[in-house]
Design a protein around this ligand. Structure first.
Ligand code: FAD
Length: 475
Protein backbone atom coordinates (compact mmCIF):
# COMPACT_ATOMS: atom_id res chain seq x y z
CA UNK A 1 0.00 0.00 0.00
CA UNK A 2 1.48 3.32 -1.08
CA UNK A 3 -0.69 5.77 0.86
CA UNK A 4 -2.63 5.97 4.13
CA UNK A 5 -5.35 8.59 4.53
CA UNK A 6 -5.81 9.27 8.23
CA UNK A 7 -9.28 10.52 9.11
CA UNK A 8 -9.90 12.50 12.28
CA UNK A 9 -12.99 14.42 11.29
CA UNK A 10 -13.40 15.11 7.58
CA UNK A 11 -15.52 12.08 6.73
CA UNK A 12 -16.53 13.12 3.21
CA UNK A 13 -15.78 12.33 -0.42
CA UNK A 14 -15.78 15.77 -2.02
CA UNK A 15 -13.26 18.55 -1.36
CA UNK A 16 -11.28 16.43 1.08
CA UNK A 17 -7.58 17.28 0.49
CA UNK A 18 -6.03 14.33 2.39
CA UNK A 19 -8.33 11.86 0.65
CA UNK A 20 -7.98 13.36 -2.81
CA UNK A 21 -4.17 13.57 -2.77
CA UNK A 22 -3.81 10.27 -0.89
CA UNK A 23 -5.83 8.49 -3.58
CA UNK A 24 -3.75 9.66 -6.55
CA UNK A 25 -1.57 6.53 -6.64
CA UNK A 26 -4.77 4.47 -6.49
CA UNK A 27 -3.25 2.25 -3.82
CA UNK A 28 -4.50 3.58 -0.49
CA UNK A 29 -6.08 2.69 2.84
CA UNK A 30 -8.40 4.97 4.83
CA UNK A 31 -7.95 4.76 8.60
CA UNK A 32 -10.06 6.23 11.37
CA UNK A 33 -8.20 6.34 14.68
CA UNK A 34 -10.52 5.51 17.56
CA UNK A 35 -8.97 6.60 20.84
CA UNK A 36 -11.32 5.91 23.73
CA UNK A 37 -9.50 8.34 26.03
CA UNK A 38 -9.92 11.23 23.59
CA UNK A 39 -13.70 10.91 23.89
CA UNK A 40 -13.49 11.41 27.67
CA UNK A 41 -11.49 14.64 27.37
CA UNK A 42 -12.42 18.34 27.68
CA UNK A 43 -16.03 18.62 26.43
CA UNK A 44 -15.96 15.47 24.26
CA UNK A 45 -18.85 13.07 24.67
CA UNK A 46 -20.65 10.04 23.30
CA UNK A 47 -23.25 12.37 21.76
CA UNK A 48 -20.61 13.69 19.35
CA UNK A 49 -19.07 10.25 18.79
CA UNK A 50 -22.50 8.96 17.79
CA UNK A 51 -22.81 11.68 15.15
CA UNK A 52 -19.31 11.02 13.83
CA UNK A 53 -20.06 7.30 13.55
CA UNK A 54 -23.07 8.13 11.38
CA UNK A 55 -20.76 10.20 9.17
CA UNK A 56 -18.20 7.38 8.98
CA UNK A 57 -20.83 4.82 8.08
CA UNK A 58 -22.08 7.00 5.24
CA UNK A 59 -18.49 7.69 4.14
CA UNK A 60 -17.62 3.98 4.27
CA UNK A 61 -20.55 3.17 1.96
CA UNK A 62 -19.40 5.79 -0.57
CA UNK A 63 -15.76 4.67 -0.36
CA UNK A 64 -16.82 1.12 -1.18
CA UNK A 65 -17.92 2.40 -4.58
CA UNK A 66 -14.26 3.36 -5.07
CA UNK A 67 -12.97 -0.04 -3.96
CA UNK A 68 -12.01 1.36 -0.60
CA UNK A 69 -13.46 1.47 2.93
CA UNK A 70 -12.99 2.95 6.41
CA UNK A 71 -10.71 0.80 8.58
CA UNK A 72 -10.67 1.44 12.32
CA UNK A 73 -7.52 1.49 14.39
CA UNK A 74 -8.25 1.42 18.12
CA UNK A 75 -5.52 3.07 20.21
CA UNK A 76 -3.70 6.39 20.34
CA UNK A 77 -1.38 8.04 17.80
CA UNK A 78 1.67 6.42 19.35
CA UNK A 79 0.13 2.96 18.93
CA UNK A 80 -0.70 3.81 15.33
CA UNK A 81 2.82 5.06 14.71
CA UNK A 82 4.30 1.76 15.90
CA UNK A 83 1.83 -0.20 13.77
CA UNK A 84 2.64 1.82 10.63
CA UNK A 85 6.37 1.45 11.23
CA UNK A 86 6.05 -2.33 11.43
CA UNK A 87 3.56 -2.96 8.65
CA UNK A 88 3.84 -0.02 6.25
CA UNK A 89 7.25 1.63 6.74
CA UNK A 90 7.34 3.02 3.19
CA UNK A 91 3.80 4.34 3.10
CA UNK A 92 3.03 8.07 2.93
CA UNK A 93 0.44 9.33 5.44
CA UNK A 94 -2.02 12.03 4.35
CA UNK A 95 -3.89 14.01 6.98
CA UNK A 96 -6.01 17.15 7.15
CA UNK A 97 -5.14 19.65 9.84
CA UNK A 98 -7.50 19.79 12.80
CA UNK A 99 -7.66 22.47 15.52
CA UNK A 100 -8.68 20.48 18.55
CA UNK A 101 -8.28 20.13 22.32
CA UNK A 102 -4.88 19.74 24.01
CA UNK A 103 -5.16 15.96 24.35
CA UNK A 104 -5.42 15.54 20.59
CA UNK A 105 -2.85 18.20 19.77
CA UNK A 106 -0.12 16.72 21.98
CA UNK A 107 -0.78 13.18 20.82
CA UNK A 108 -0.99 14.10 17.13
CA UNK A 109 2.00 16.50 17.13
CA UNK A 110 4.37 13.75 18.33
CA UNK A 111 3.05 11.45 15.61
CA UNK A 112 3.34 14.20 12.98
CA UNK A 113 6.90 15.17 13.99
CA UNK A 114 8.02 11.54 13.92
CA UNK A 115 6.85 11.06 10.33
CA UNK A 116 7.92 14.56 9.23
CA UNK A 117 11.50 13.64 10.10
CA UNK A 118 11.17 10.60 7.85
CA UNK A 119 9.39 12.67 5.17
CA UNK A 120 6.49 10.23 5.30
CA UNK A 121 3.61 12.55 6.13
CA UNK A 122 1.72 15.19 4.13
CA UNK A 123 -0.43 17.75 5.92
CA UNK A 124 -3.33 19.65 4.34
CA UNK A 125 -5.21 22.68 5.57
CA UNK A 126 -8.74 22.58 6.92
CA UNK A 127 -11.49 25.23 6.78
CA UNK A 128 -10.00 28.72 6.39
CA UNK A 129 -7.60 28.23 9.31
CA UNK A 130 -4.07 29.51 8.88
CA UNK A 131 -1.52 27.32 10.59
CA UNK A 132 1.70 29.01 9.43
CA UNK A 133 2.24 32.58 10.69
CA UNK A 134 -1.35 33.84 10.71
CA UNK A 135 -1.60 37.60 10.30
CA UNK A 136 -4.82 39.20 11.52
CA UNK A 137 -4.36 42.28 9.32
CA UNK A 138 -4.80 40.25 6.15
CA UNK A 139 -6.64 37.29 7.62
CA UNK A 140 -10.05 38.10 6.10
CA UNK A 141 -8.57 38.37 2.60
CA UNK A 142 -6.68 35.08 2.99
CA UNK A 143 -9.89 33.45 4.20
CA UNK A 144 -11.74 34.62 1.05
CA UNK A 145 -8.89 33.22 -1.08
CA UNK A 146 -9.12 29.83 0.67
CA UNK A 147 -12.89 29.71 0.28
CA UNK A 148 -12.75 30.64 -3.41
CA UNK A 149 -10.37 27.86 -4.47
CA UNK A 150 -11.91 25.22 -6.76
CA UNK A 151 -13.42 22.23 -4.94
CA UNK A 152 -11.35 19.06 -5.01
CA UNK A 153 -13.00 16.13 -6.80
CA UNK A 154 -13.93 12.79 -5.26
CA UNK A 155 -11.00 10.38 -4.64
CA UNK A 156 -9.65 8.16 -7.38
CA UNK A 157 -10.78 4.54 -7.25
CA UNK A 158 -8.49 2.15 -5.41
CA UNK A 159 -6.83 -0.35 -7.75
CA UNK A 160 -5.59 -2.54 -4.92
CA UNK A 161 -8.84 -4.51 -4.92
CA UNK A 162 -7.63 -7.41 -2.73
CA UNK A 163 -7.71 -5.20 0.33
CA UNK A 164 -11.44 -4.65 0.24
CA UNK A 165 -12.23 -8.24 1.35
CA UNK A 166 -10.83 -7.70 4.81
CA UNK A 167 -9.65 -4.71 6.83
CA UNK A 168 -5.97 -3.83 6.66
CA UNK A 169 -4.60 -6.58 8.89
CA UNK A 170 -4.13 -6.45 11.82
CA UNK A 171 -6.47 -3.49 12.36
CA UNK A 172 -8.42 -4.41 15.40
CA UNK A 173 -11.93 -3.06 14.98
CA UNK A 174 -14.64 -2.85 12.36
CA UNK A 175 -16.80 0.23 12.06
CA UNK A 176 -19.83 -1.78 13.14
CA UNK A 177 -18.09 -2.73 16.41
CA UNK A 178 -18.07 0.93 17.37
CA UNK A 179 -21.78 1.56 16.81
CA UNK A 180 -23.59 2.79 19.89
CA UNK A 181 -27.17 2.07 20.83
CA UNK A 182 -29.22 3.84 18.15
CA UNK A 183 -32.25 4.26 20.36
CA UNK A 184 -30.42 6.46 22.83
CA UNK A 185 -29.88 9.17 20.22
CA UNK A 186 -33.11 9.14 18.24
CA UNK A 187 -33.92 12.78 19.07
CA UNK A 188 -30.46 14.00 17.99
CA UNK A 189 -29.33 15.08 14.49
CA UNK A 190 -27.98 12.30 12.30
CA UNK A 191 -24.65 12.54 10.51
CA UNK A 192 -23.52 11.88 6.94
CA UNK A 193 -23.05 13.88 3.74
CA UNK A 194 -26.54 13.13 2.40
CA UNK A 195 -28.06 14.73 5.51
CA UNK A 196 -25.70 17.70 5.17
CA UNK A 197 -26.61 18.36 1.50
CA UNK A 198 -30.29 18.06 2.24
CA UNK A 199 -30.01 20.65 5.07
CA UNK A 200 -27.92 22.97 2.93
CA UNK A 201 -30.34 22.81 0.04
CA UNK A 202 -33.50 23.32 2.11
CA UNK A 203 -31.86 26.19 3.99
CA UNK A 204 -30.61 28.08 0.94
CA UNK A 205 -33.85 27.62 -1.00
CA UNK A 206 -36.56 27.91 1.68
CA UNK A 207 -35.76 27.75 5.35
CA UNK A 208 -33.57 30.89 5.30
CA UNK A 209 -36.64 33.14 4.91
CA UNK A 210 -36.57 35.33 8.02
CA UNK A 211 -33.36 33.69 9.31
CA UNK A 212 -31.82 36.98 10.47
CA UNK A 213 -34.54 37.63 13.05
CA UNK A 214 -35.95 34.15 13.66
CA UNK A 215 -32.53 32.91 14.79
CA UNK A 216 -33.02 34.56 18.22
CA UNK A 217 -36.00 32.50 19.34
CA UNK A 218 -35.17 28.92 20.33
CA UNK A 219 -38.49 27.75 18.92
CA UNK A 220 -38.17 29.38 15.47
CA UNK A 221 -34.42 28.87 15.20
CA UNK A 222 -34.88 25.11 15.23
CA UNK A 223 -36.22 25.30 11.65
CA UNK A 224 -34.91 28.66 10.44
CA UNK A 225 -31.21 28.19 11.22
CA UNK A 226 -29.21 26.06 8.82
CA UNK A 227 -28.54 23.31 11.44
CA UNK A 228 -25.30 22.61 9.61
CA UNK A 229 -23.07 23.05 12.66
CA UNK A 230 -22.35 19.36 13.45
CA UNK A 231 -21.83 18.66 9.73
CA UNK A 232 -19.32 21.49 9.53
CA UNK A 233 -17.64 20.40 12.77
CA UNK A 234 -17.26 16.76 11.66
CA UNK A 235 -16.73 17.64 8.02
CA UNK A 236 -19.51 15.69 6.31
CA UNK A 237 -19.56 18.66 3.93
CA UNK A 238 -16.74 21.14 3.32
CA UNK A 239 -17.09 24.74 4.44
CA UNK A 240 -15.75 25.80 1.04
CA UNK A 241 -18.54 23.94 -0.72
CA UNK A 242 -21.17 25.56 1.52
CA UNK A 243 -19.63 28.97 0.86
CA UNK A 244 -19.55 28.53 -2.92
CA UNK A 245 -23.15 27.27 -3.07
CA UNK A 246 -24.15 30.23 -0.93
CA UNK A 247 -22.46 32.71 -3.31
CA UNK A 248 -24.31 31.17 -6.25
CA UNK A 249 -27.61 31.39 -4.39
CA UNK A 250 -26.97 35.03 -3.42
CA UNK A 251 -27.12 35.92 -7.13
CA UNK A 252 -30.72 34.76 -7.44
CA UNK A 253 -32.26 34.66 -3.97
CA UNK A 254 -35.14 36.76 -2.72
CA UNK A 255 -33.65 36.48 0.80
CA UNK A 256 -30.45 38.48 0.41
CA UNK A 257 -30.44 39.95 3.93
CA UNK A 258 -30.83 36.53 5.51
CA UNK A 259 -28.17 34.91 3.38
CA UNK A 260 -25.70 37.76 3.99
CA UNK A 261 -26.24 37.15 7.68
CA UNK A 262 -25.43 33.46 7.15
CA UNK A 263 -22.34 34.37 5.10
CA UNK A 264 -20.99 36.43 8.01
CA UNK A 265 -21.32 33.41 10.29
CA UNK A 266 -19.31 31.16 7.99
CA UNK A 267 -16.52 33.70 8.36
CA UNK A 268 -16.95 33.82 12.15
CA UNK A 269 -16.66 30.03 12.23
CA UNK A 270 -13.00 30.22 11.17
CA UNK A 271 -12.32 33.53 12.91
CA UNK A 272 -13.06 31.85 16.27
CA UNK A 273 -11.22 28.60 15.57
CA UNK A 274 -8.19 30.64 14.49
CA UNK A 275 -7.92 32.00 18.05
CA UNK A 276 -7.46 28.53 19.54
CA UNK A 277 -5.12 27.57 16.72
CA UNK A 278 -2.96 30.65 17.37
CA UNK A 279 -3.04 30.31 21.17
CA UNK A 280 -3.83 26.74 22.31
CA UNK A 281 -3.51 27.81 25.98
CA UNK A 282 -6.95 29.42 25.60
CA UNK A 283 -8.38 26.00 26.37
CA UNK A 284 -7.40 26.59 30.00
CA UNK A 285 -6.55 30.29 30.42
CA UNK A 286 -8.58 33.44 29.83
CA UNK A 287 -7.72 35.45 26.73
CA UNK A 288 -7.04 38.41 29.02
CA UNK A 289 -4.85 36.82 31.72
CA UNK A 290 -5.92 39.28 34.44
CA UNK A 291 -9.49 37.97 34.09
CA UNK A 292 -8.46 34.66 35.63
CA UNK A 293 -8.21 36.53 38.94
CA UNK A 294 -11.94 37.27 38.93
CA UNK A 295 -13.59 33.99 39.89
CA UNK A 296 -11.93 31.64 42.35
CA UNK A 297 -14.64 29.92 44.38
CA UNK A 298 -16.25 26.88 42.82
CA UNK A 299 -19.73 25.95 44.01
CA UNK A 300 -20.35 22.45 42.65
CA UNK A 301 -23.94 22.40 43.83
CA UNK A 302 -24.83 25.57 41.89
CA UNK A 303 -23.07 24.22 38.81
CA UNK A 304 -24.98 20.96 39.02
CA UNK A 305 -28.36 22.71 39.33
CA UNK A 306 -27.43 24.85 36.31
CA UNK A 307 -26.36 22.03 33.99
CA UNK A 308 -29.33 19.85 34.97
CA UNK A 309 -31.74 22.71 34.21
CA UNK A 310 -33.02 23.01 37.78
CA UNK A 311 -32.24 26.66 38.50
CA UNK A 312 -35.80 27.75 39.31
CA UNK A 313 -35.89 30.03 36.23
CA UNK A 314 -38.31 28.31 33.83
CA UNK A 315 -37.04 29.80 30.57
CA UNK A 316 -33.40 29.02 31.37
CA UNK A 317 -34.32 25.53 32.56
CA UNK A 318 -36.45 24.96 29.43
CA UNK A 319 -33.44 25.87 27.26
CA UNK A 320 -31.24 23.39 29.09
CA UNK A 321 -33.88 20.64 28.97
CA UNK A 322 -34.28 21.25 25.23
CA UNK A 323 -30.51 21.09 24.72
CA UNK A 324 -30.24 17.89 26.75
CA UNK A 325 -32.93 16.26 24.60
CA UNK A 326 -31.61 17.17 21.15
CA UNK A 327 -27.97 18.25 21.51
CA UNK A 328 -28.53 21.67 19.94
CA UNK A 329 -29.86 25.13 20.79
CA UNK A 330 -29.55 28.49 19.04
CA UNK A 331 -26.77 31.02 19.55
CA UNK A 332 -28.71 33.51 21.70
CA UNK A 333 -29.73 30.84 24.19
CA UNK A 334 -26.21 29.36 24.36
CA UNK A 335 -24.98 32.85 25.20
CA UNK A 336 -27.66 33.31 27.87
CA UNK A 337 -26.96 29.89 29.46
CA UNK A 338 -23.26 30.74 29.67
CA UNK A 339 -23.85 34.29 30.86
CA UNK A 340 -25.98 32.95 33.73
CA UNK A 341 -23.23 30.56 34.86
CA UNK A 342 -20.48 33.18 34.65
CA UNK A 343 -22.23 36.36 35.81
CA UNK A 344 -25.19 35.31 37.96
CA UNK A 345 -23.59 32.23 39.49
CA UNK A 346 -20.07 33.75 39.23
CA UNK A 347 -18.45 30.39 38.47
CA UNK A 348 -15.11 30.02 36.63
CA UNK A 349 -15.72 29.25 32.97
CA UNK A 350 -13.05 26.53 33.06
CA UNK A 351 -15.40 24.44 35.24
CA UNK A 352 -18.63 25.09 33.37
CA UNK A 353 -17.40 25.08 29.75
CA UNK A 354 -16.74 21.30 29.39
CA UNK A 355 -20.09 20.40 31.00
CA UNK A 356 -21.94 22.50 28.44
CA UNK A 357 -19.77 21.30 25.53
CA UNK A 358 -20.56 17.66 26.32
CA UNK A 359 -24.22 18.37 25.55
CA UNK A 360 -23.60 19.80 22.07
CA UNK A 361 -23.54 17.49 19.05
CA UNK A 362 -21.66 20.27 17.21
CA UNK A 363 -18.91 20.79 19.82
CA UNK A 364 -16.14 22.67 18.04
CA UNK A 365 -13.48 23.54 20.65
CA UNK A 366 -12.24 26.70 18.89
CA UNK A 367 -15.72 28.20 18.69
CA UNK A 368 -17.05 26.89 21.96
CA UNK A 369 -14.14 27.90 24.17
CA UNK A 370 -13.80 31.37 22.63
CA UNK A 371 -17.55 32.00 22.80
CA UNK A 372 -17.63 30.80 26.42
CA UNK A 373 -14.86 33.28 27.19
CA UNK A 374 -16.72 36.07 25.40
CA UNK A 375 -19.94 35.36 27.28
CA UNK A 376 -17.99 35.34 30.56
CA UNK A 377 -16.35 38.75 30.02
CA UNK A 378 -12.78 37.41 30.14
CA UNK A 379 -11.47 38.32 26.68
CA UNK A 380 -10.76 41.94 27.57
CA UNK A 381 -11.66 43.02 24.02
CA UNK A 382 -15.41 42.43 23.80
CA UNK A 383 -18.07 44.43 25.60
CA UNK A 384 -19.45 42.26 28.43
CA UNK A 385 -23.10 41.36 27.89
CA UNK A 386 -25.11 40.10 30.83
CA UNK A 387 -28.37 38.49 29.65
CA UNK A 388 -31.45 38.76 31.84
CA UNK A 389 -33.12 35.34 31.93
CA UNK A 390 -36.44 37.02 32.85
CA UNK A 391 -36.33 39.46 29.91
CA UNK A 392 -35.29 36.76 27.44
CA UNK A 393 -38.22 34.65 28.66
CA UNK A 394 -40.73 37.39 27.72
CA UNK A 395 -38.96 38.39 24.50
CA UNK A 396 -38.41 34.94 23.04
CA UNK A 397 -41.50 33.07 24.21
CA UNK A 398 -44.22 35.66 25.04
CA UNK A 399 -47.01 33.10 25.60
CA UNK A 400 -44.67 30.65 27.36
CA UNK A 401 -45.92 27.85 25.10
CA UNK A 402 -42.42 26.69 24.27
CA UNK A 403 -41.39 26.72 27.95
CA UNK A 404 -44.45 24.65 28.84
CA UNK A 405 -43.65 22.15 26.10
CA UNK A 406 -40.18 21.64 27.60
CA UNK A 407 -41.38 21.54 31.23
CA UNK A 408 -44.87 19.97 31.16
CA UNK A 409 -45.26 20.05 34.93
CA UNK A 410 -45.73 23.86 34.87
CA UNK A 411 -48.14 23.89 31.93
CA UNK A 412 -51.11 24.97 34.08
CA UNK A 413 -49.34 27.94 35.62
CA UNK A 414 -50.13 31.45 34.36
CA UNK A 415 -47.73 33.01 31.87
CA UNK A 416 -46.69 35.97 34.03
CA UNK A 417 -45.64 33.76 36.89
CA UNK A 418 -43.55 31.66 34.54
CA UNK A 419 -41.82 34.69 32.99
CA UNK A 420 -41.11 36.22 36.39
CA UNK A 421 -40.05 32.90 37.89
CA UNK A 422 -42.58 33.27 40.69
CA UNK A 423 -43.71 29.69 41.11
CA UNK A 424 -43.01 29.22 44.83
CA UNK A 425 -43.41 25.56 45.86
CA UNK A 426 -44.77 24.54 42.45
CA UNK A 427 -41.27 24.48 40.97
CA UNK A 428 -37.57 24.51 41.94
CA UNK A 429 -36.53 27.31 44.23
CA UNK A 430 -34.54 30.06 42.47
CA UNK A 431 -30.85 29.48 43.08
CA UNK A 432 -29.86 33.18 42.99
CA UNK A 433 -31.37 36.65 42.88
CA UNK A 434 -30.87 37.58 39.19
CA UNK A 435 -30.93 41.38 39.59
CA UNK A 436 -28.56 41.50 42.56
CA UNK A 437 -26.07 39.05 41.10
CA UNK A 438 -26.07 40.81 37.71
CA UNK A 439 -25.43 44.19 39.38
CA UNK A 440 -22.53 42.81 41.40
CA UNK A 441 -21.05 41.11 38.33
CA UNK A 442 -21.31 44.28 36.23
CA UNK A 443 -19.57 46.38 38.89
CA UNK A 444 -16.79 43.84 39.38
CA UNK A 445 -16.12 43.42 35.67
CA UNK A 446 -16.03 47.14 34.92
CA UNK A 447 -13.86 47.86 37.98
CA UNK A 448 -11.28 45.36 36.73
CA UNK A 449 -11.35 46.95 33.28
CA UNK A 450 -10.54 50.45 34.54
CA UNK A 451 -7.03 49.34 35.55
CA UNK A 452 -4.32 50.83 33.27
CA UNK A 453 -2.42 47.55 33.12
CA UNK A 454 -5.65 45.80 32.07
CA UNK A 455 -6.08 48.20 29.14
CA UNK A 456 -2.49 47.75 28.04
CA UNK A 457 -2.82 43.96 27.93
CA UNK A 458 -6.23 44.25 26.20
CA UNK A 459 -4.55 46.05 23.28
CA UNK A 460 -2.09 43.18 22.92
CA UNK A 461 -4.99 40.69 22.96
CA UNK A 462 -6.71 42.67 20.23
CA UNK A 463 -3.63 42.68 18.02
CA UNK A 464 -3.35 38.91 18.36
CA UNK A 465 -6.99 37.86 18.12
CA UNK A 466 -9.29 40.77 17.31
CA UNK A 467 -11.28 40.81 14.10
CA UNK A 468 -10.32 43.78 11.97
CA UNK A 469 -13.86 43.77 10.61
CA UNK A 470 -15.87 44.77 13.67
CA UNK A 471 -15.95 48.04 15.59
CA UNK A 472 -17.30 47.10 19.05
CA UNK A 473 -13.91 46.92 20.69
CA UNK A 474 -13.15 49.05 23.75
CA UNK A 475 -10.07 48.98 25.93
C1 FAD B 1 -21.43 29.54 24.56
C2 FAD B 1 -21.48 29.20 23.10
C3 FAD B 1 -20.93 28.00 22.65
C4 FAD B 1 -20.95 27.67 21.29
N1 FAD B 1 -20.40 26.49 20.90
C5 FAD B 1 -20.39 26.15 19.59
C6 FAD B 1 -19.80 24.92 19.17
O1 FAD B 1 -19.28 24.14 19.97
N2 FAD B 1 -19.84 24.62 17.83
C7 FAD B 1 -20.40 25.47 16.91
O2 FAD B 1 -20.42 25.14 15.71
N3 FAD B 1 -20.94 26.65 17.30
C8 FAD B 1 -20.96 27.01 18.60
N4 FAD B 1 -21.52 28.21 18.98
C9 FAD B 1 -21.97 29.16 17.95
C10 FAD B 1 -23.44 29.04 17.48
O3 FAD B 1 -24.30 29.03 18.59
C11 FAD B 1 -23.67 27.79 16.64
O4 FAD B 1 -22.73 27.75 15.59
C12 FAD B 1 -25.04 27.76 15.98
O5 FAD B 1 -26.04 27.87 16.96
C13 FAD B 1 -25.18 26.44 15.22
O6 FAD B 1 -26.42 26.31 14.61
P1 FAD B 1 -26.57 26.43 13.01
O7 FAD B 1 -25.62 25.53 12.32
O8 FAD B 1 -28.01 26.26 12.69
O9 FAD B 1 -26.09 27.92 12.80
P2 FAD B 1 -26.32 28.96 11.61
O10 FAD B 1 -26.90 30.19 12.21
O11 FAD B 1 -27.07 28.37 10.49
O12 FAD B 1 -24.84 29.34 11.17
C14 FAD B 1 -24.12 28.62 10.16
C15 FAD B 1 -22.77 28.22 10.68
O13 FAD B 1 -21.97 29.35 11.01
C16 FAD B 1 -21.16 29.07 12.15
N5 FAD B 1 -21.56 29.98 13.23
C17 FAD B 1 -22.80 30.45 13.50
N6 FAD B 1 -22.76 31.30 14.54
C18 FAD B 1 -21.49 31.36 14.93
C19 FAD B 1 -20.82 32.09 15.94
N7 FAD B 1 -21.45 32.93 16.75
N8 FAD B 1 -19.49 31.91 16.09
C20 FAD B 1 -18.81 31.08 15.26
N9 FAD B 1 -19.39 30.37 14.27
C21 FAD B 1 -20.71 30.52 14.11
C22 FAD B 1 -21.43 27.62 12.53
O14 FAD B 1 -20.48 26.80 11.90
C23 FAD B 1 -22.81 27.39 11.95
O15 FAD B 1 -23.06 26.04 11.67
C24 FAD B 1 -21.52 28.57 20.35
C25 FAD B 1 -22.07 29.77 20.81
C26 FAD B 1 -22.05 30.08 22.16
C27 FAD B 1 -22.65 31.38 22.63
Amino acid sequence: MKDIVLIHRNARMLDNPALFHGSKNQDYGVIFLYDQNYWQENGKSEIQLNFLLDCLEDFDGKLKEKNSQVCVFSGNHFDLQKWIEIHFPETIIHVNHSTDIGYFRNDFNNFRDFFLKKEKIKLYSDFGIQVQAPNRDKWARDWEDQMSKPLLKEPYANQNIKKIDKPLEPLNLFLKDLQLSDKKYLSFQSGGSDQAYSLLDSFLKERCAGYSFKMSSPHEAEHSCSRLSPHIAFGSVSLREIYQKLLAELEITGHKKDLYSFKKRLYWHCHFIQKLETEPELEFCSMHPMSDELRHDVNSELIERWILGETGFPFLDACIQYLRKGGWINFRMRAMIMSFASYNLWQPWQKTSPLLAELFVDYEPGIHICQVQMQSGVTGINLPRIYSVLKQSKDQDPNADWIKAQIPKISNICTDKIHNAELRDLYFEKIVDPALTAKKARETIWASRSDIEFKKIAKEVYLKHGSRKKQNVRF
